[in-house]
Write a protein that binds this ligand. Sequence first.
Ligand code: RB5
Length: 156
Amino acid sequence: MVNYGKLQFQFKDSKMRIGIGADHGGYEVKEFLKDYLRTPEFELVDFGTGSTEPVDYPDYANKVCESFLKGNLDRGILICGSGLGMSMAANRHHGVRAALCHDGLSARLARRHTNANILVLGARLLGPETILDCIRNFLDTDFEGGRHERRVCKLD
Ligand code: RB5
């Protein structure tokens, strides 16, 4: 993989706890992101899978979402081939707002307007620069609140 340098985030308080999970289609991107996010700002928890052997994406979406809903994580990242299966599985969990993003803008809006707590990526559809753009925007953007708060509340 190309070396994209280390991330520089502007967090105010303590480490952000991030859970990351992937199926076989997302395994390589997961490993790349684990390395990329190894910075003092983050505490990363890897929920698998551990290889490119075929597995079922709902199992990994469920692990990350259950941990998030227990309060053990601040955000989650899920990766499969297209991102579709992971986002469907994650959004079945009440309280999870999983956003399947395809560029930096969609990731920024996922945070600003919909307070998304899980980022979903399609490893087979996105190149490494786009993936990192999604990651940067998702992890470094705050929810705007205001009128969006009311709408997000109606989801639940
Ligand atoms: C696995 O081949 C593939 O179906 C999965 O990674 C994902 O794209 C499903 O939505």
